[in-house]
Design a protein around this ligand. Structure first.
Ligand code: GTQ
Ligand code: FE2
Length: 382
């Protein structure tokens, strides 16, 4: 660029350079202006507007995938070598997106991680403003206690620990247990609203029988139909989290089977809902489950907002902005805002998703765009 500028009339090159934020060499007054603007703690918008007001979202996070084949053995080694106790707190490996300059986040708005517990271990009780969800990938014997309600966890179950709720995880069995943690931590951090408090006890007291929220929901006449919608929540928004804290795999599976039987789409989706309002499970986070039919090739879609997927069953691949990401059970991958995604599976697969879309919808900035044509695959991840 500088070589062509040298060949242009001074006025024209100067104007262009000024818009690009570089004072023209020949204009000492302009040089002084930029120097004084900077010294006054100001930035001229005209030099940065194209970075700030992009035609479409330009997330710093990049599409990325973490393989179970890497995650799982590392978690197992951590169980062996790193005790969970006060000080060490939780045994969690955070999905770290290479686009985020070393921040331990899967995407700009979402924390995603693999947490694990060994036999008879407890991850100490605490509470914090960020909201969290757990999606169990493997093992049994652990319960998460949420404000006194011990919620038993089994593979495929979704457990909520809403912002502000006391929570701890206890392994009452002799096996290892693994689950996906999703939090709105980066969002709450961006809002400068992080508060954290340890509980005085390692384990908070459990009140009554396990799974109280589930029982109260049933006793109150609640049915699985109140806990999920086909597709995604579109209307209701709710500043309150769901009082139902557990969504069981058996019900999720049954609903997916029903949806798949009633449609010939390559992909059927449901979203877990707050049964009281029909909104997403937490004010900041949406959780969904997606079944790719055997031989299924979903049409491309892009959305504003970030998503993390956890492969629960099966194998297949997802094309993200033209790159193929092959996956199998236990893998986790992130789809940053406005990246086109397209799921495929030869033998069928079930994917769990975590999204920040309730926040985008509450603020009126959510968009999505579907395209009928499959993407051209120009590369393969990893
Ligand atoms: O289990 O309480 O992955 O507080 C990150 C922060 C899990 C938890 C995470 C947390 C937890
Ligand atoms: Fe926590």
């Amino acid at each position: 660029m500088s070589t062509t500028e040298e060949n242009r009339p001074a006025g024209e090159a100067g104007g262009e350079a000024a818009r690009a934020g570089r004072p023209a060499a020949a204009d000492p007054e302009l040089t002084a202006l930029y120097r004084d603007i900077e010294a006054a703690g100001l930035r001229p918008l005209w030099t940065i507007t194209e970075q700030l007001l992009t035609p479409t979202p330009r997330p710093r996070a990049v599409p990325w995938l973490w393989r179970a084949a890497d995650l799982r053995p590392l978690a197992e080694r951590a169980i062996r070598l790193v005790p969970v106790e006060r000080g060490g707190e939780r045994r969690v490996l955070s999905l770290t997106n290479p686009g985020l300059g070393g921040q331990p986040y899967a995407a700009g708005t979402l924390w995603g991680a693999l947490q694990c517990l060994g036999p008879r271990e407890t991850a100490p009780a605490h509470r914090h403003t960020p909201g969290a969800i757990r999606f169990v990938t493997e093992g049994e014997g652990v319960w998460t206690t949420v404000d006194g309600d011990a919620c038993d966890m089994r593979p495929g179950d979704l457990v909520l620990t809403p912002g502000g709720a006391w929570h701890d995880h206890a392994n009452g069995g002799d096996g290892h247990m693994y689950w996906f943690d999703g939090l709105d931590l980066p969002m709450i951090e961006a809002l400068d609203a992080i508060f954290f408090e340890p509980h005085p006890e390692l384990r908070q007291p459990v009140v009554g029988e396990h799974n109280r929220s589930e029982r109260e929901f049933r006793d109150g006449g609640g049915t699985p139909g109140d806990t999920m919608v086909a597709g995604a929540v579109r209307g209701p928004l709710d500043p309150n989290p769901s009082e139902l804290l557990v969504y069981r795999w058996a019900e999720t599976d049954a609903r997916l089977t029903e949806l798949a039987a009633a449609s010939d789409e390559p992909l059927v989706s449901l979203e877990f809902t707050n049964p009281r309002s029909g909104a997403s499970v937490l004010p900041t986070l949406s959780c969904g489950m997606h079944r790719v039919r055997p031989g299924g090739a979903a049409r491309p879609v892009r959305r504003s907002g970030n998503r993390i997927y956890v492969v629960f069953r099966g194998e297949g691949h997802t094309v993200l902005d033209g790159r193929r990401f092959d996956w199998t059970a236990g893998d986790m991958f992130v789809v940053p805002s406005w990246v086109a995604e397209e799921h495929h599976s030869a033998a069928g697969a079930d994917l769990f998703s975590l999204g920040d879309d309730p926040v985008l919808r509450a603020l009126g900035v959510y968009r999505e765009e579907r395209s009928p044509a499959a993407q051209e695959v120009t590369g393969v991840f990893g």
